[in-house]
Design a protein around this ligand. Structure first.
Ligand code: NAD
Length: 261
């Protein structure tokens, strides 16, 4: 476990994980909010934080709807490398620990900002994707959808990729790009879960992308207890009862073990 800080159990990682486990043990309507950090140990780079993509290019430019519409080939040239990494990635022990917490009745759902599909792949039953899914591609001209893996497979010979149905070149992953509206149903469901939550477990997110960042605050102001597991401090750590600054692939399995141990 990495450097750890906590409201209680300061400086002692085990005590802090123990406290998180005690809080989770009492949860019946817990909600996890996850971000890119939970998939970092599966090999998918985050946007921010150490080794984040933002150190290489500006995602607001390369992953914006304006860039895509102006030049789909430019978008896909960057997306090609990220896509092959994401499609090959497998769930890590952090994802799997959340499955165990849901199965034990402590978590009602996982709300994620990620588009990599790793929560579903690990076995989480109720997953709300705030920023869509990178596993599917949609033709903006005729609406046909196909698996991202199929499009990925022809990027070497076809740039930008063409729709197999109408021949159009506006094939876009079903993710929410910068400048696009978020899916209303998913956002509504996430905030409803937050209002009903007795515990909110925040994992691997810098909590700077809105409105996702407001979900933990909505939960806390409705009475939930908050736990943060993140490699670095977040702007909302002060609202949490327990803050663990460490790697989620190490910290979450420990919390899950202590919760039901
Ligand atoms: P972010 O990149 O802004 O922040 C990631 C956070 O995770 C950082 O604070 C970092 O310190 C922390 N972190 C890194 N490794 C960690 C680890 N092993 N354990 C615990 N924490 C770790 O991510 P965000 O807050 O999710 O916002 C970025 C946006 O980018 C989201 O909208 C998301 O859709 C998108 N994104 C998704 C993926 C993905 O699907 N895997 C990857 C990159 C970006």
């Amino acid at each position: 476990m990495g450097a750890v800080s906590g409201r209680q159990g300061d400086g002692d990682p085990r005590m802090t994980a123990q406290l998180a486990a005690e809080i989770l043990r009492g949860a019946r309507r817990g909600v996890a909010l996850t971000g890119a950090g939970i998939s970092a140990e599966s090999g998918i780079p985050t946007f921010r934080g150490e080794g984040g993509l933002w150190t290489k290019y500006d995602p607001v430019k390369v992953a914006s709807i304006d860039t895509f519409l102006a030049d789909p080939a430019a978008y896909w040239r960057v997306a090609r490398d990220r896509g092959s990494v994401a499609l090959a990635a497998r769930p890590n022990p952090g994802h799997i620990a959340l499955v165990a917490m849901e199965a034990a009745g402590h978590l009602a759902a996982v709300v994620t900002q990620n588009t990599d599909g790793l929560h579903q792949a690990s076995g989480s039953k109720r997953v709300i994707e705030l920023h869509g899914s990178g596993r599917t591609v949609e033709c903006l001209e005729c609406g046909r959808r196909e698996p991202r893996a199929d499009v990925q497979a022809r990027l070497d010979v076809e740039m930008p990729p063409k729709c197999r149905s109408c021949g159009g070149t506006m094939l876009k992953p079903t993710v929410v790009l910068f400048g696009e509206a978020m899916p209303v149903a998913a956002v509504t469901e996430a905030f409803e879960l937050a209002r009903q939550a007795d515990v909110v477990l925040v994992v691997g997110t810098s909590l700077v992308v809105h409105p996702a960042a407001e979900i933990p605050l909505e939960a806390v102001s409705s009475g939930a207890r908050m736990i943060v597991v993140n490699a670095e401090p977040t702007p909302f750590d002060r609202f949490a009862e327990v803050v663990i600054h460490g790697r989620s692939g190490e910290v979450l399995p420990e919390i899950a073990r202590l919760t039901d141990g």
